[in-house]
Write a protein that binds this ligand. Structure first.
Ligand SMILES: [Zn+2]
Length: 250
């Protein structure tokens, strides 16, 4: 008997006239691919299910040796309904899905699943939170083992003062004495916010009111740092920018 488990659809791709290749993320298997046979012929068992962002209960049959497993059946567990009516939020959710897909090699990324699932669920309740994108990027960096350091100077180990910088090479803050031209000035407020981010839960975001200029500074920094460590082109980001996205926009 097939043992079902929950998985989020990250993306889908046509692989033949009738079949789809689905990219999933789950707590059980991390990121994995599965083939949905006949899915494009709108077989009843798959109608409206295999869409990015949908949470499914999947039934997998092992594929032939070396090949992706076959998706035998899928039950809808959760669907982002409201998000579809908010194009900018929908583009942001596509960015989150793509980040999870690109940052996780096959069979990895189990720990990203709860963050992605809970973020999509929060977006369904509060479609636009000015602070959500930087927060997601910060949490993702931490889960990928790239959490930036903001307590002491990464060069000399001394406590950071008002005048600190961010080093993209070292992956964290450094003091004025150690900074070079390549490093980016960090305002004291941005540093304070970056230090406290760990203490915020996703659920607290809708209640947080932060100055737009600080969110913008932190948002640009986290996005640039994440793109640097991933070293990949994230297509959904381009779409998001076409919506005029800037960190902190309401
Ligand atoms: Zn230093």
């Amino acid at each position: 008997m097939l043992v079902p488990f929950e998985a989020l659809v990250l993306s889908t791709r046509e692989i033949s006239e009738s079949d789809l290749l689905i990219n999933f993320l789950s707590e059980k298997r991390g990121r994995f691919l599965a083939v949905a046979k006949g899915a494009r012929r709108s077989l009843r068992r798959f109608v409206n299910k295999l869409e990015p962002g949908h949470l499914l209960r999947v039934y997998l049959r092992p594929g032939r040796r070396g090949l992706a497993p076959i998706l035998e059946a899928a039950d809808l567990v959760w669907v982002p309904e409201r998000l579809r009516w908010h194009p900018r939020s929908f583009a942001l959710s596509a960015y989150f899905l793509e980040l999870c897909e690109r940052s996780s090699p096959p069979a990895e990324g189990r720990e990203l699943f709860p963050l992605l699932r809970d973020t999509l669920s929060l977006m369904e309740r509060s479609p636009w939170l000015p602070w959500l994108k930087p927060y997601f990027e910060f949490r993702l960096l931490g889960l990928l083992g790239w959490a930036p350091e903001f307590e002491v100077c990464l060069s000399c180990g001394l406590k950071l003062s008002e005048k600190s910088f961010f080093s993209f090479e070292k992956g964290g803050a450094i003091c004025g004495a150690c900074a070079s031209e390549r490093d980016q000035r960090l305002s004291p407020k941005a540093l304070g916010l970056l230090r406290s981010l760990n203490r915020f839960s996703l659920e607290a975001l809708p209640r947080m009111i932060l100055p737009q200029n600080v969110v913008r500074e932190v948002g640009h920094l986290l996005e640039s740092f994440l793109l640097k460590v991933l070293d990949q082109d994230i297509k959904a980001l381009k779409v998001l920018r076409e919506f005029g996205y800037e960190p902190g926009n309401r």
